[in-house]
Write a protein that binds this ligand. Structure first.
Ligand SMILES: [Zn+2]
Length: 339
């Protein structure tokens, strides 16, 4: 499994007395017939030039450059020192040798996808990069269906979703998707960050090693302004959807009007519950509310359509929610006037 290879235990603790130059051989990625030794941090990987060159034009180019006579070698293999982390390199090399085996029912962790994203781009490893994008695109939230898949996706969903991500991972995804090409994923990650309790967002969220992961100050500011704006549109969406929910073909207008009033008062609770998460109103939940209030099928359908339409408008303008300069403030008001 991509996730299960043991790398961290191979790395000496940074607080140990081990010499800085001390290197360890990777437990699984050291092949006796390998033709090159890659060194990242303090870990050596003995692998095959042919495999790297086949997958990556960048490695292919590196290997065709003439090597100096005094080139560093280990057991006769030339050594190539890389600036990547041993952890990232381990995940990527593992996948090159063993394939994307977590596809058999298991989700990749963010550690794996982060390595794929960074090194896939840097070394032009197309399949590796495409795999990272396949999962991260689930955070791009272009349509209501996208956000529903992310938040409420069923077991058939083959991408990472809200259920697979800890808060620190969401922050780290935002920190690793600042490239303009990844803007929509970045915005989706920031939307998820808005759902993290404010104190944690400000002071950082602890990762699995206990280290605090924080947003940069620019993204933090974006989230703070977006949280306010998302709350405003959430309240409006909750007010608006039931008001427009009486179908012109309704056969029981009086009963549905009463049902609507009951739903409106029920929605008040959700203002506080959902806070900054207008996309968090599960369709199934809305349906339950309207069924409990005995709204007719036609009006219930209309309620669901209305709420989905409002969510789609929010998604259409989602980047504007995160713009924090003066001009952007005016633009946001303009672009979201229809709420
Ligand atoms: Zn009705």
């Amino acid at each position: 499994m991509v996730e299960s290879h043991k790398l961290s235990k191979k790395r000496p603790r940074t607080d140990s007395l081990a010499s800085k130059d001390e290197v360890v051989r990777h437990e699984d990625l050291w092949f006796e017939d390998g033709s090159i030794v890659l060194v990242a941090d303090d870990t050596q990987f003995r692998v095959h030039k042919s495999i790297l060159a086949c997958e990556s034009s960048v490695f292919q180019d590196m290997f065709t450059v003439a090597q100096p006579d005094d080139m560093e070698t280990v057991e006769g293999c030339s050594v190539l020192r890389l600036t990547d982390s041993a952890e990232d390199l381990g995940y990527v090399l593992w996948a090159l040798y063993h394939g994307l085996r977590y596809k058999n029912g298991e989700m990749p962790t963010w550690f794996t996808l982060r390595a794929f994203l960074r090194l896939g781009d840097k070394y032009a490893l197309e399949e590796i990069y495409a795999e990272a994008m396949h999962h991260l695109n689930n955070l791009a939230f272009r349509t209501v269906q996208d956000s529903n898949t992310f938040y409420y996706g069923d077991s058939s969903t083959s991408c990472i979703s809200d259920a697979h991500l800890d808060p620190w991972e969401v922050v780290d995804i935002a920190n690793n998707t600042k490239d303009p090409d990844l803007q929509r994923i970045h915005i989706g990650a920031l939307y998820c960050c808005c759902q993290i309790p404010l104190k944690k967002l400000l002071y950082g969220v602890k990762d699995s090693n206990g280290a605090r992961v924080k947003l940069c100050s620019e993204d933090l500011l974006s989230c703070l302004v977006a949280r306010e704006r998302l709350h405003v549109v959430l309240c409006e969406a909750l007010d608006k959807a039931p008001c427009d929910a009486l179908s012109s073909d309704c056969q029981s207008l009086n009963a549905c009007r009463d049902a609507r009033d009951a739903i409106v008062s029920c929605m008040r609770i959700w203002d506080r519950e959902l806070e900054h998460h207008p996309l968090g109103m599960d369709k199934g939940f809305l349906k339950d509310i309207s069924e409990q209030s005995q709204m007719c099928t036609l009006c219930t359908q209309l309620l669901l359509v209305q709420y989905a339409a409002t969510c789609q408008k929010i998604l259409d303008h989602l980047p504007a929610f995160f713009k924090s300069d003066g001009n952007a403030e005016a633009q946001w008001k303009l672009s979201t006037e229809q709420y």
